[in-house]
Design a protein around this ligand. Structure first.
Ligand code: PEP
Ligand code: MN
Length: 360
């Protein structure tokens, strides 16, 4: 679909991962300029800032709008960094292209809407320069065809310098991540389009600044071609996504400590399968930890209501129903019993500790 180096702009090292960094949103001229200066000092070459923000509910900060495009122009003039912003409709494309923004991306909510993507593609064909690099975030839902479809709409409009951004998928319930990475989907995209550069957005996957480094490392280990990271001069005061932004200084330190093994795209064969296992094991651990937390709550309830810890009828029901459900999924009943008994034993042990604590 496109060439691996196609999204790289002149002056960017093709051997290193492409780092795109900047605030979730442009807020004020000072915030944009201070963040840009900090990032430029850290060696960042492409500056991102959201000008129009797609918010889940009305009434939130929806971006500064066109005024912010002038600030991007100032960033470019003062620091020499390339600039990037998100576009979601005709007006955004016209304004961003008119203001000389170097790189545009389509956000996750927009990728999920083919009408919007087509409108963007049509507008780009009218007002854009086909050499402009364009990045497409994965749609919010796990639909690889929708992701590819958006890239194809841009390709068909004459824009061939394309790349994909993996920013995770909407997660239900409480998870470690804000948006579940489901790495097998970008890996599948890579297997289908080996030339298409794929960038990881650890900020929107993790949703918390503490996770940005480890997710970035995971992405680099899989051979992703770059990272898009949210960075703000004072993250705690950010008007959007404050929990996941890091300061330019933190970003600089992170870039120094990340280990780059190569940016040839997510690896192949055994390596890819092992990455999937790593990811699944991480989810398993998270689920086990959540289960133990609920079991702990049950232990406290039992203590308060003087209910004995072990309820054999309940456990037999649990065992029977889980073994039956697992068998339907192709799991061996003997193996399932061993696993469930081990989990149960740990839960009971913890609940007994709670009872004893209460008795002391
Ligand atoms: C963003 O990059 O700030 C953004 C809105 O991201 P996403 O489209 O991934 O939600
Ligand atoms: Mn954001």
């Amino acid at each position: 679909m496109t060439d691996l180096k196609s999204i790289l702009l002149p002056g960017i090292d093709p051997a290193a991962p492409l780092i795109i960094a900047g605030p979730c949103s442009a807020e004020t001229r000072e915030q944009v300029m201070d963040t840009a200066r900090g990032l430029c000092d850290m060696g960042v070459k492409v500056f991102r800032a959201g000008i129009w923000k797609p918010r889940t509910k009305p009434g939130c900060f929806e971006g500064v709008g066109e005024e912010g495009l002038q600030w991007l122009g100032m960033v470019k003039a003062e620091t020499g960094m390339y600039t990037a912003t998100e576009v979601a409709n005709r007006h955004h494309v016209e304004a961003a292209v008119g203001a000389g923004v170097d790189l545009l991306w389509i956000g996750a909510r927009t990728t999920a809407n083919p009408f919007a993507v087509q409108e963007i593609a049509d507008t780009l064909a009218e007002v854009g320069d086909p050499s402009m690099p364009l990045l497409v975030k994965n749609p919010v839902n796990q639909d690889i065809e929708l992701w590819i479809g958006a890239l194809q709409r841009l390709y068909n409009a004459g824009f061939h310098r394309l790349g994909a951004i993996h920013r995770g998928f909407t997660a239900q319930g409480t998870h470690l991540y804000r948006n579940m990475p489901d790495w097998h989907i970008p890996i599948e995209l890579h297997l289908r389009y080996p030339q298409l550069p794929i960038i990881c957005d650890p900020s929107h996957i993790g949703g918390r600044r503490e996770l940005v480094q480890s997710i970035s490392q995971q992405a680099l280990d899989m051979g992703f071609n770059g990272l898009m990271i949210e960075s703000h001069v004072s993250p705690e005061e950010a008007w959007s996504d404050s929990r996941q932004q890091i300061t330019p200084g933190e970003l600089g330190r992170m870039m120094e400590s990340l280990i780059v093994r190569g940016t040839s795209g997510p690896g192949d064969g055994l390596e890819l399968l092992r990455r999937q296992i790593d990811e699944i094991d991480r989810e398993l651990l998270e689920i086990l930890s959540r289960r133990m937390q609920v079991s702990h709550e049950i232990g406290r309830y039992k203590r308060e209501h003087r209910i004995p810890v072990v309820q054999s009828d309940r456990f037999n029901d649990v065992l029977r129903s889980r073994v039956a459900a697992g068998e339907e999924m192709g799991l061996n009943p003997g193996f399932l019993k061993t696993v469930l008994l081990a989990i149960h034993e740990e839960s009971v042990g913890r609940q007994i500790d709670i009872q004893e604590d209460g008795a002391r």
